[in-house]
Design a protein around this ligand. Structure first.
Ligand SMILES: Cc1cc2nc3c(=O)[nH]c(=O)nc-3n(C[C@H](O)[C@H](O)[C@H](O)COP(=O)(O)O)c2cc1C
Length: 310
């Protein structure tokens, strides 16, 4: 997710949930092809394992070049964004607007499939504007699947391309899970992943009975523990201090090149849902203000105390 799932967040998530599949935020094919500094753009994804690079683009040749770069960097899969409705993304003919041109998406898939061996999936919506009936989604998925797409992540909500901001497009209109189930039934041999509104452990477990995988968006940065619980399928509390110790070692290594708040902000939600979550956030906020002089030991001993009480 743009602005959230940056390279530091991915490191924290891997430490918290060793089995979870992690996605980068969308990077355009151009950004990947022209990446000046691997570390600044991607971080240490190649060491984490189980990371998917999400690409934005509509040009088969450029996407193929970017996919080749991604494979050479050790990504486990490529995901093409056909779900983002932002104006900027639409102007570049990327994201959700491609839902109306499945032939272009199919050509992009074919071009990428020709040059890489890792799986390629597509993240999309159940519909766009008035193209919101089951047959519209079928018309989109059919040629893309035939072009070799290895799976679909379906955000259970259609997108409005005009009149709504990207933020509104994540809550309006209502989620339509029945449509995702219908698509899964229609394409019974395809790998389908459900996304949208999975914010609690019981919801996650419910959908994991019906789909081989689920995708959690906003709740991952808000409450990273949820991903750890879902990954091991246990709603028991996750002790965060051991992960924090590892993550703060990573933060320390990065301090010379990265402002501390870029990295510590991902720890704000660690105790979300538990007593005194707000006090924890206050303390993390204070640590972010300490800049390079940050007192790691104080945070670790506070996490130890929280772990004893959850
Ligand atoms: C701030 C923000 C940035 C996002 N950026 C991306 C993105 O880069 N690529 C993408 O496929 N989805 C992006 N999304 C959408 C989420 O991945 C997800 O599909 C959506 O929020 C619905 O799932 P949720 O209810 O679990 O959050 C973003 C969402 C938010 C809130």
């Amino acid at each position: 997710m743009m602005g959230y799932t940056d390279r530091h967040f991915r490191v924290l998530m891997r430490m918290l949930a060793p089995r979870a599949l992690i996605y980068t935020q969308m990077l355009t094919d151009e950004a990947v092809i022209r990446a000046q500094s691997y570390t600044q753009l991607f971080g240490i994804d190649h060491q984490l394992g189980g990371v998917v690079l999400q690409l934005g683009g509509c040009c088969p040749e450029r996407l193929a070049m970017a996919a080749r770069v991604a494979e050479s960097y050790g990504y486990d899969a490529i995901n093409l964004n056909v779900g983002c409705p932002s104006k900027k993304v639409q102007l570049a003919n990327m994201g959700a607007c491609l839902f109306k041109t499945p032939d272009i998406v199919a050509r992009c898939l074919e071009a990428m499939k020709k040059v890489i061996n890792i799986p390629i999936t597509v993240k999309t919506r159940i519909g766009v504007d008035d193209w919101d009936q089951l047959e519209h989604a079928v018309d989109f998925i059919e040629p893309v699947l035939a072009a070799g797409c290895d799976g679909f992540i379906i955000h259970a909500r259609k997108a409005w391309l005009k009149g709504l901001s990207p933020a509104q497009n994540r809550s309006i209109p209502k989620l339509n899970y029945a449509r995702v189930l219908a698509l899964q039934q229609y394409f019974s041999k395809a790998h389908m992943v459900i996304n949208g509104g999975i914010h609690r452990y019981d919801q996650g477990m419910h959908w994991l009975q019906k789909f081989p995988q689920i995708m959690v968006g906003r709740q991952a940065p808000r409450q990273p523990q949820l991903i750890a619980q879902l990954a091991v399928q246990s709603d028991g509390p996750v002790k965060c201090a051991p992960t924090l110790i590892k993550y703060l070692k990573y933060v320390e290594q990065q301090l010379s090149s990265t402002p501390v708040h870029h990295m510590l902000r991902h720890c704000l939600g660690l105790y979300q849902g538990y007593p005194a979550a707000r006090y924890w956030r206050t303390k993390v906020n204070e640590s972010m203000c300490q800049g390079q002089q940050v007192d790691f030991d104080a945070l670790i001993s506070l996490a130890d105390q929280y772990d004893k009480h959850i």
